[in-house]
Write a protein that binds this ligand. Structure first.
Ligand SMILES: CC(C)(COP(=O)(O)OP(=O)(O)OC[C@H]1O[C@@H](n2cnc3c(N)ncnc32)[C@H](O)[C@@H]1OP(=O)(O)O)[C@@H](O)C(=O)NCCC(=O)NCCS
Length: 304
């Protein structure tokens, strides 16, 4: 088995069936090249490592460089792992382990002290990550509500509107002021939200005291980020989201207690610490808690 970086791959198209089956992602190298250039977390990295057997891609592990804020207000770059998959024909031959090892080597070569990844507790991979030294860092609760309001369904979509990105950035900075974690966003981040995270500006809500980044699909609204300065505003935003929704409101990663209890008080079905999990692994002597404390912040749109 040989290991090549994503950038060295001759036939990137071979990743399409792997990504489609594992992540329902119809991978297109040309489109993805644009993402690489636009996403500061990818643009200077090897993008990922592919295992080659007989010159064919047998497995892949993606790598990113992510800016974080630590407890001491310092900016620190860490590693991010994404797109982990092995071709079924080559399962259980140690490909995943070898590619994870190569990724950790890259992070250490860069001087990174931590590696992060998103997974789900129901995936078999969760147990493999633990074996490699990853721990659960943020275990997300999720909230769901069935609306089925015929009036909402009949409502015509509003005129295309633009998000006030400056207002949104200001609110984001105020709400995350005391937090550590994935809270450093550059100017290109907003483009990534629209192109990669499929946020629909016309569907989003921005007020003086908070905002909700939303994605609508077949009458269902996915809350991808909800930030507010007060608890009352959290309630107002959720109410507003419900008024825009025909079928179901889904927030898969509720990031704080106030938002969770507001969903609960509005009759949402809550799945506590159930499905999605952010894991981290120490790559040096520094521990996670002494570096980030207990205020690590990461929302749905930060996932990779
Ligand atoms: C998770 C996945 C990448 C593992 O790939 P792999 O190349 O088969 O893994 P490896 O051969 O390196 O095995 C790693 C460890 O898992 C064990 N393992 C692998 N598949 C297993 C299985 N189906 N049942 C039990 N153990 C298994 C191996 O025995 C090994 O453990 P060991 O260190 O004790 O020997 C692969 O199953 C996959 O592509 N899954 C679907 C996509 C996915 O879930 N990706 C992760 C998203 S976060």
């Amino acid at each position: 088995m040989k290991i090549a970086t994503y950038r060295e791959l001759q036939s990137k198209e071979e990743l399409l069936p792997l990504f489609q089956h594992a992540f329902w992602w119809p991978f297109n190298p040309t489109v993805f090249d644009r993402t690489i250039r636009a996403d500061s977390r990818l643009k200077d990295s090897p993008v990922g490592y592919a295992a080659l057997i007989d010159k064919q891609v047998a497995g892949f592990v993606g790598v990113m460089d992510i800016q974080t804020r630590t407890l001491h207000e310092a900016e620190e770059t860490v590693g991010g792992i994404w797109g982990v998959v092995t071709h079924p024909v080559h399962a259980r031959k140690g490909i995943f382990k070898a590619l994870m090892q190569r990724s950790h080597d890259y992070f250490r070569e860069q001087g990174y002290r931590f590696s992060f990844l998103y997974t789900s507790k129901i995936l078999i991979a969760h147990a493999f990550y633990r074996k490699l030294g990853y721990n659960d860092t943020v275990v997300y609760s999720s909230a769901y509500k069935t609306i089925e309001d015929m009036k909402n369904a009949a409502r015509k979509p509003g005129k295309r509107s633009k998000i006030d990105w400056d207002k949104l950035s200001e609110l984001y900075t105020r709400v995350t002021g005391n937090s550590t974690g994935f809270v450093i966003r550059d100017k290109q981040y907003r483009r990534m939200l629209v192109t990669r995270k499929k946020i629909q500006p016309a569907k989003c809500i921005v007020t003086d005291k908070g905002y909700a980044l939303l994605r609508e699909n077949e009458g269902n609204t996915y809350v991808r980020e909800l930030m507010a300065l007060t608890r009352e505003e959290i309630n107002e935003l959720i109410l507003h989201v419900e008024e825009k929704t025909a079928k179901t409101v889904i927030d898969e990663k509720v990031v704080d207690k106030d938002t969770l209890s507001t969903y609960q008080s509005r009759g949402y079905k809550i799945m506590r610490e159930g499905y999605d999990v952010l894991m981290s692994k120490q790559l040096s002597d520094a521990t996670f808690t002494e570096t980030y404390g207990h205020r690590f912040h990461a929302t749905s749109v930060d996932s990779f």
